[in-house]
Write a protein that binds this ligand. Structure first.
Ligand code: CP3
Length: 462
């Protein structure tokens, strides 16, 4: 996985699937008595869910993606988010004046402690041979501190659930070593890109009146309030009525695009503030043990090329450059940086340009023709090499590609899936590829369908 990500030759394409831990897995649904944010904010649960696909597809899967969400960032900036199960905001940005109320400098080690601890626990559980006991997270702080705990105290007071609320079998399996997997695959950390987060913060679904949120939910959705962890028993967040439907769901992005075109300065201020937080967040994930960092510009599809170039691309590039500047080059063991910019066909060449883009892997959505992407990425590398800049000669190698089977292909028969996989592989030819889907797994998928895809990739030797 890491060698393919660096653009090196490997015997077969390595593989993982976006949203590989999720509702299509019965073992994931078995943990749904815990709310989504409870699972995300409790390292033992997040690590276990992250590892579920690795246990199931142990002979196939080459990486795990940490169980979390791109929408953990707005709460750290002061906009609470609930999941029911789709994201709903406690408050949206309405006008540029609202920017002054945001927290532009969250302490990522404090606000995202749960994520960083989930990453390091996942890494230890994945790599340790079966039978090796692994202690639970933050063992030294065994209790949940309620409101008023000293600022910055590390440990379980930063998590949503006390250890006593965890499934006893999970703790027993960690203690006995039964939970250790013995397959040291890379851990993928991630974040949402600036434009995608901005569009959610303006056009997201608005939660019903705040009193509809349970106390535990409200406390944890806004961790800065300091009451997180006050609840002892798992509170579930299922089944509330949807509030006002936001426009991300409508796919018009009318309010957030109005900001771009009517308030360009305020938009750039917001985007650049988010981008700075993302750099801190990704560097922290790398330091916690994530080997690959993927940036999701899922709502890139909302913007026409010229506007994507103006409002999305600069921040995508800035995040990668910022992370690279604070870590190491990929050739010296630094993080593999990956970008998934959905619908950003027109900017593929810019993302692939070694002179300006620090990404190593360009992740393609399912609407991109593989052979066309290979051409664009190779041309971008050749052009940069010909220009003779220092950056270009350092990275004359074309960037790796990732993708891009239409997730809905997994609704086909086993034969149909294998044939679609072969068509895709033929399109990528011998270009360095990380096999993936062109968007995430869907709740209606059968686990056997993903196995059929993985089998077809596994059978493919260069
Ligand atoms: O890929 C993985 O397995 C890791 C986990 C992961 C989740 N969300 C878990 C999740 C990742 C990488 C994400 C990223 C994410 N989240 C994106 C970008 C990728 C993409 O899909 O385009 C976006 C746009 C979000 C925002 C988000 N989170 C939405 C729109 C929803 C509701 C839709 C849905 O799928 O339910 C979520 C909730 C969410 N995030 C779930 C999961 C497993 C489902 C909630 C649940 O299981 O209770």
């Amino acid at each position: 996985m890491l060698r393919a990500g660096r653009g090196e030759r490997v015997p077969r394409p390595p593989m993982w699937a976006m949203r590989q831990a999720g509702r299509y897995l019965p073992e994931f649904l078995a943990l749904r008595n815990y709310g989504f944010l409870e699972r995300v904010h409790t390292p033992e649960l997040a690590a276990e869910i992250t590892l579920q696909p690795l246990r199931r597809y142990a002979d196939r899967l080459d990486a795990v993606v940490i169980f979390s969400d791109i929408l953990i960032v707005p709460p750290a900036m002061g906009l609470p988010v609930y999941f029911r199960p789709g994201p709903q905001f406690g408050r949206l940005l309405e006008s540029p004046a609202d920017l002054d109320s945001l927290n532009w400098k969250p302490d990522v080690h404090k606000e995202f402690r749960f994520l960083l601890d989930s990453i390091s626990l996942t890494r230890r559980l994945a790599a340790a041979p079966t039978g090796t006991p692994i202690p639970p997270a933050a063992e030294d702080v065994g209790t949940v501190a309620g409101a008023g705990s000293p600022e910055g105290t590390p440990g379980r007071d930063q998590y949503w659930l006390p250890r006593s609320a965890l499934p006893p079998t999970l703790l027993a399996d960690m203690a006995s070593g039964a939970a250790s997997v013995g397959k040291a695959v890379p851990v993928i950390g991630f974040c949402g890109a600036a434009w995608t987060l901005m569009s959610y913060m303006i056009d997201g679904d608005l939660a019903p009146a705040p009193e509809a949120a349970s106390a535990a939910e409200a406390a944890a959705a806004a961790p800065a309030a300091g009451t997180a962890g006050a609840a002892g028993a798992p509170a579930t967040i299922a089944g509330s009525k949807a509030g006002e439907r936001g426009l991300v769901g409508h796919k018009t992005y009318e309010r957030s695009k109005r900001w771009l075109y009517h308030h360009p300065e305020a938009s750039h201020r917001l985007l650049s503030g988010i981008a700075d937080i993302l750099v801190d967040l990704l560097v922290a994930q790398w330091e916690a043990g994530a080997d690959i960092l993927q940036v999701f510009e899922t709502n890139g599809e909302a913007l026409p090329p010229a506007r994507f170039r103006e409002f999305a691309l600069p921040y995508l590039l800035r995040v990668a450059a910022g992370v690279r500047a604070r870590t190491a080059p990929v050739s010296e063991g630094g993080p593999v940086l990956s970008v998934f910019a959905k619908g950003a066909h027109a900017c593929l060449a810019e993302l692939a340009d070694p002179a300006t883009s620090a990404y190593d892997v360009i992740s393609l959505d399912w609407s991109v023709e593989p052979a066309q992407a290979v051409r664009v990425v190779r041309e971008a590398a050749a052009k940069a090499a010909a220009s003779g800049s220092a950056a270009a000669s350092a990275a004359a190698r074309p960037k790796a590609l990732q993708g891009n089977l239409d997730p809905c292909e997994l609704f086909g028969s086993g034969d149909s899936i294998a044939s679609a996989a072969r068509t895709m592989l033929a399109g990528f030819g011998d270009h360095p590829l990380i096999a993936n889907l062109g968007h995430g797994m869907l709740p209606g998928h059968k686990p056997e369908a993903l196995r059929a895809y993985f089998d077809a990739i596994h059978a493919h030797a260069y």
